[in-house]
Design a protein around this ligand. Structure first.
Ligand code: G3P
Ligand code: MG
Length: 361
């Protein structure tokens, strides 16, 4: 069944309410577009940032000039499908967001399917088996999660029983002594750092990727490792930022280096990495009727991810003070093109810039 906001009657109701549809091919392609960060810009945990609703309404035509401006959500969050995130944000902002407008930290990792679709992949992080389903949906055919290995042998992590973990329907037939891992991919934040670091090391340091064996020479890393983001911290409804996937990565790297004397080799996605921006530009072009906008405005709260990434990729960055960044002035390490109190002010600033440009042209 379609969720509340996605029923036809509700789309019509929203259209009637605001005189537009959030994402419509009738909207003329624009020469500029927005990429919004989610956590700390539009929402904080379960709470909607109030100015976010007005900001999105403005882009959907509710502005002095009646302009409709294309936008995407570009987040280092994930752990669910693009469809599920679109529904969550649509409900929280009370506006229709299409899954086509959502770029999650792991969305660009779909490029890895070609290489790993028929290999065994250990997918780490997220709630229950959600990342397992995301990876399967992307096209990885042989996906396993740490819970599967813990269920196979509880002694893998003897400090707690695997009973609280999600059980694979194939649990009884899984014998990991016969399953060589071809890659380890972290899709979202680990729910049990100790257990997951242990199991990742088991796979990375194993002979031919078979958990329960150990390579003679740990200096040569055979199992590639991928991270979907490297944020050290992120913003929730808690007053102080929380540890994110990048902190987990540092913990893993530290243990790996201590044990092997070598640095863990890995590839990272998400902001601030160019692969993610290249992917986002293709998405923006697609939702803008195939036209590449000349300017992309990135609105974010995390200087090390949102601002660094946008600046490096030639986008215009706008830093807001509703999330990770709260200090006065600009970020000293990754200064943004503009700093605003919140996302509504950011959108107003951009629309004004663009109106001024139009007048001059
Ligand atoms: O790293 C945690 C992630 O949830 C941050 O998301 O939307 O701030 O990029 P976002
Ligand atoms: Mg953020």
């Amino acid at each position: 069944m379609l969720p509340r906001l996605f029923s036809l009657s509700n789309i019509t109701a929203t259209t009637r309410l605001h005189g537009y549809r959030a994402f419509s091919s009738k909207v003329a392609p624009k020469n500029y577009a927005f990429a919004f960060d989610i956590d700390g810009v539009l929402i904080k945990g379960k709470r909607t940032i109030p100015e976010a609703k007005r900001a999105i309404r403005m882009l959907n035509g509710d502005n002095a000039h009646g302009r409709h401006v294309p936008f995407v959500l570009l987040t280092n969050g994930g752990g669910v499908t693009e469809q599920a995130k679109a529904e969550q944000i649509s409900n929280m902002l009370d506006v229709e967001i299409s899954p086509d407008q959502v770029i999650l930290s792991h969305s660009p990792m779909q490029a890895l399917v070609e290489q790993y679709k028929n290999k065994n992949v250990l997918v780490v992080g997220g709630k229950d088996r959600e990342c397992f389903h995301v990876a399967k949906k992307y096209g990885f055919n042989h996906v396993f999660i740490p819970d599967d290995i813990h269920h196979w042998q509880a002694s893998v992590w003897p400090f707690r029983h695997p009973s609280r973990d999600s059980i694979s329907p194939d649990a009884a037939s899984l014998d990991f002594s016969k399953i060589p891992f071809g890659a380890v991919m972290v899709f979202h934040d680990s729910r049990d750092w100790g257990r997951d670091i242990q199991i990742m090391l088991d796979a990375i340091c194993a002979e031919n990727g078979v958990v329960g064996t150990q390579k003679g020479d740990c200096k040569v890393q055979e199992v590639p490792v991928y991270f979907s983001n490297t944020d050290i911290i992120w913003s929730t409804e808690f007053p102080v930022p929380r540890l994110a996937q990048g902190s987990f990565k540092m913990a893993l790297e530290n243990v790996y280096h201590t044990l092997t004397g070598t640095n863990l080799q890995s590839t990272s996605y998400g902001k601030p990495y160019p692969t993610t921006y290249a992917y986002a530009e293709r998405v923006i072009e697609r939702i803008n009727d195939g036209k590449k906008p000349s300017r992309i405005y990135a609105v974010g709260d995390n200087p090390a991810a949102d601002i660094k990434g946008a600046n490096n990729y030639g986008w215009t960055s706008v830093l807001v003070r509703t999330g990770v960044f709260q200090e006065p002035g600009n970020s000293p390490h990754f200064p943004a093109h503009s700093v605003c109190q919140h996302v509504e002010e950011a959108v107003e600033w951009v629309l004004q810039q663009e109106e001024d440009k139009e007048k001059k042209a």
